[in-house]
Design a protein around this ligand. Sequence first.
Ligand code: NAD
Length: 423
Amino acid sequence: MPNLSFVSPTRNSPWGTYLSQIDAVEPYLGHLARWVETLRRPKRALIVDVPIELDNGTIAHFEGYRVQHSLTRGPGKGGVRYHPDVTLEEVMALSAWMTIKNAAVNLPYGGAKGGIRLDPKTLSKKELEKVTRRYTSEIGIIIGPQQDIPAPDVNTNGQIMAWMMDTYSMNTGATATGVVTGKPIPLGGSLGRVAATGRGVFVIGREAMRRLNIQMEGARIAVQGFGNVGSIAAKLFAANGARIVAVQDHTGTILNEKGFDMQNLLDHVAQTGGVAGFKGGDAIANADFWKVKSDVLVPAALEGQITAERAQGLQTRLVLEGANGPTTPDGDQVLSDRGIVVVPDVIANSGGVTVSYFEWVQDFSSFFWTEDEINVRLDKIITGAFKHIWETSEQHRINLRTAAFVVACTRVLEAREERGLYP
Ligand code: NAD
């Protein structure tokens, strides 16, 4: 299995999963298959040492990465993750999925991702700022508004993006708003960015339901993860007539056959930090979440949630992947065998990177759009991308994940072929 000397992927590990997805797409690439090996290796992977002086006076070293999987269609684009489990292999896979996501939606970007192996809960705000600034300086040799544009991911946010933008600007001697997206509004951030991923999940869900003849009015929706992505998607589904019948987060699982009162649930989570203890529904065992009868299941929490075993028991018609990588390859196979449609993450959660693209465009033109303009353009772009992927899946009789890869890899490899090999 290993195709590179510096990682040892397994079947269900992130890079191993990505490689098997590329294997699945290869038969549909026609003459472009000649170039497919390009996709099985990152263009560039930078490993950096990030030393800082802690508040107690000792020196700590953290390992950081920035991987540019592909720059064929444009600058790199992808988030930065702070997590104790971050590895080069994981960042490579995440960067490759960004190549696929950006090409599937036809955004003019390649794919990149970054990360630092640390637990942000153990650092003070000052220490977090030092780590962020040193990391930004270290990867400063490969990022830039025209080279590679980071954004928030797990455990990073607008504040981290503000420090990154400031550090890069200080090092280059000019204010460079376009070097990162997901920035606070006063620094050139975009309206609608915070809600964009959840909104995109809803928009793509609405389109998939239409194709599958699932009525929005009264549809039963189950959501795992009630953070940024899950709560906003749930709110929009409910506002459009669907019923949110089950919600699970890290505090527990709740059920209400009639559908939750969303405002009350959002208020409860804002006050208590989770869905557990919500009076407007019944608590159920976490394992039973995967057996709740629904029309649409939205995993919007973590990777690897829909395993083969859970997939066997699911009682739903449509899985809408809000999270990145929530279905394991084995789980995917079971869902496919059972005829449960899966809308893959690369299209279902592409609303975030699409509005990041809008932010970057607005920064370059120094002209900012209204939230309505952003939402209308978001809807148009991702709806069009979904239609193309759906039609590709019908044309080749393949599932939507492979279809999204066919659309994306074809775009990347066509660009590769047109550019030719240098020198
Ligand atoms: P978040 O931190 O706002 O929310 C995460 C949610 O998952 C929380 O409700 C948390 O309670 C829940 N959760 C954590 N552990 C859990 C567990 N063991 N069981 C059940 N629930 C658990 O994160 P987010 O921004 O909403 O991101 C969620 C997913 O969406 C991630 O996979 C992320 O990579 C992906 N994603 C996010 C964005 C974005 O713009 N925020 C964009 C693309 C993809």
